[in-house]
Design a protein around this ligand. Sequence first.
Ligand SMILES: Cc1ncc(COP(=O)(O)O)c(C=O)c1O
Length: 360
Amino acid sequence: MQDNFDIDIFVREEIKGLVPYNPESRPEMIKMDANENPFLFPGDIQKKIYELIDSRAFTRYPDALAGALVREISGCYGIAPDQVMVGNGSDELILNLMLAFGAGNRVVIAVPTFSMYAIHARIAGGVITEVPRDQNFDLAVEALAREGAGAGLLVICSPNNPSGNSATTEQMVAILEACRCPVVVDQAYLEFGGVDFLPLLAKHNNLVILRTFSKAFGLAGLRVGYLFAHPGILHYLCKVKQPFNLNNFSQTAALVVLRNRGVFTRQVAQIGAEKDKLYKALREMPGVRVYPSDANYLLFAVEAPANRVFEGLLAEKILVRNFSDPLLSEYLRVSVGTPAENEIFLRGLRKVIDTLGEKK
Ligand SMILES: Cc1ncc(COP(=O)(O)O)c(C=O)c1O
């Protein structure tokens, strides 16, 4: 055995400090932690996808630029194909944005928010500036405009994960006009509510809109994200992307899903109705403070320590999201489930809060 092996000396400090993103797979749990579409994937659409997959889909590399899917997205949203790019989940597109524009630059992030922006900024060698949202999680527009003015990339999530609130058009325009760098607005949950910033794209060359098939469209397992941006931005993103980033099966599945999107629009309406019920029930629950949400999840604060509520729910076989972020230490986030799952969650949460109350 070689005894001068010291792998640490080759690794940047930012990489050493990262905690691997290893969400546990817990199939025995009611899964309300990752904001996926809770319904079964429609069988008839699944069949249509399989019908389009032939032997070449296995043996040959996929279309590197996913032309057919890009054209479908382009037609569906009325944006030119040279302003559309797809990725292996929007996670991959976030990394590509960081590699192209964040590396060696300042990356401004409105926090608290989705953790992958900071993780990918660090991996890419960007220097992060966090701009805190206010106590209602609203954007600090002036601070973002000030910090964004000298940055390489600025990232906003709307509706924001995990708080569920959306930015307004006025806020986005103010930030876009103050920044020369690309301004990314992650609209992963747009289908559920909030302001659509697509109309701003024609006028603001620095706007990047991120979207995904993982949430409303039920394809989290197949990893398909996409973005809209000026061709000048895509020019650089294409240089840093993996050559065959989106596999044949996923390209076909996303295409079929878009052609059958009415089914998912109906599911989104159902999820919205369930969210309203869940919100009302949480608002009436003692010891719980819930925030309104434009997305398919609800953020709530608990009087009892959030970790203990989380553990109590786990014992009831219910998995919600708790956070390591100190800005979110008193909060939990629950994804809207099926009607049956939501009932079980509410019953479980009541029981856990009552039990913790008795132990006080
Ligand atoms: C705000 C936000 N953006 C992006 C993603 C990642 O989506 P994808 O599955 O497309 O990588 C998530 C997933 O939870 C998210 O919450």
